[in-house]
Ligand binder design. Structure first.
Ligand code: NAP
Length: 276
């Protein structure tokens, strides 16, 4: 078994994820795994970084596929005996003018951004080694969407005692409410992406709390973050940040020094803790 530290970035064949892998290859003292749901796209991205003189490793990972997540888990367990850095970056967003029915957009978006990210955490968080760093890439849109929820929902999403099961029930209810076209009446904002990222931010707060309760002394730091508005296939060419600039906050959180005792359980953008 290798004692080399290991970092994994989900959805890293392009965009912000690829820029995170590039920065970690330059700064993380260990093996960095570029992962992609499509091995062809993943290997092409690895080749691109190799041309830049970097040495990323590759593993397939489709966060929508529990088998794929378990295969990565088993590989990490066997080869490294755990994991030092996990960046949950993979995500999707429908374009503003997409005509796909809203209920379908809600189901598909929540499936990857919330449920897929949660499934990765369920399998990989138990593997985190002491002083591990977990970064869940959320969005400022989670904050704006939270502000457009009913007071009752806002209270639940800001609660310091909400459980993962309760969060899953709420995310499931959103999808069901969109199918019945009652989501607005039920207090939800009209944004599937926004609700999915509320899920990611609240999940991060819950996971950090559980680490405090169950693994105190292991010094693992876990945060949600927003990369900013970044020029990628998702956000388009008008966005203000380059992918490298978008990677800065996630990489800062992934490389928090072993002497740091925070941030932990926070929502961070531009390397600054934001109110939730
Ligand atoms: P992007 O260029 O569209 O890249 C998204 C990445 O996620 C791609 O590698 C994609 O793979 C991968 N992915 C999607 N579904 C996946 C799945 N089921 N399993 C594994 N990988 C999957 O988007 P981006 O702008 O870099 O976004 C990265 C993250 O930042 C997302 O979580 C996004 O919500 C968040 N974010 C972005 C912005 C922004 O302005 N760009 C702002 C706030 C937050 P394929 O190539 O196979 O599709």
């Amino acid at each position: 078994m290798s004692s080399v530290p290991v970092a994994v970035v989900t959805g890293s064949n392009k965009g912000i994820g690829l820029a995170i892998v590039r920065a970690l290859c330059q700064q993380f003292p260990g093996d960095v795994y570029l992962t992609s749901r499509d091995p062809g796209r993943g290997q092409a991205a690895v080749a691109q970084l190799q041309q830049e003189g970097l040495r990323p490793h590759f593993h397939q990972l489709d966060i929508d596929d529990p088998q794929s997540i378990r295969a990565l888990r088993d590989f990490l367990k066997e080869k490294y005996g755990g994991l030092n850095v996990l960046v949950n970056n993979a995500g999707i967003a429908f374009k503003v003018h997409d005509t796909t029915p809203f209920a379908v957009q809600a189901e598909v978006t929540l499936k990857t951004n919330f449920f897929g990210t949660r499934n990765v955490c369920t399998e990989l968080l138990p593997l985190m080694k002491p002083y591990g760093r977990v970064v869940n890439v959320s969005s400022m849109v989670s904050s704006s969407a939270l502000g457009r929820c009913s007071q009752e929902l806002q209270q639940k999403f800001r609660s310091d005692t909400i459980t993962e099961d309760e969060l899953v029930q709420l995310m499931t209810k959103f999808v069901e409410d969109t199918k019945k076209s009652v989501h607005e009446k039920e207090g939800w904002p009209n944004t599937a992406y926004g609700v999915s990222k509320i899920g990611v931010t609240v999940l991060s707060r819950i996971q950090a709390r559980l680490l405090n309760e169950q693994r105190k002394g292991e010094h693992i730091l876990l945060n949600a973050c927003c990369p900013g508005w970044v020029r990628t296939d998702m956000a388009g060419p008008k966005a203000t940040k380059s992918p490298e600039e978008g990677a800065e906050t996630p990489v800062y959180l992934a490389l928090l020094p072993s002497s740091a005792d925070g941030p932990h359980g926070q929502f961070v953008s531009d390397k600054t803790v934001r109110p939730w």
